[in-house]
Design a protein around this ligand. Sequence first.
Ligand SMILES: [Zn+2]
Length: 74
Amino acid sequence: MGFALEECNRVFALHVRCVNCIRESVKEIFGGQGGPSDVDELIESGLIEQVRFECVHCESAIGQLVAITCESDC
Ligand SMILES: [Zn+2]
């Protein structure tokens, strides 16, 4: 509600499991000002679909989203 909250930068971590090597990668999304403030809003915003997954272990482009966690800088 207040000024402090508006200054808060949300960081979302997408946990994606590679379908090829079954290892998990974490991809961070920065909500930023006016961006989604929680996981539900992040899903509704469609930002996730814009994230391009590439496995850091085997470079496969196919991953399965297993979890989303929300962290904030403040
Ligand atoms: Zn992989």
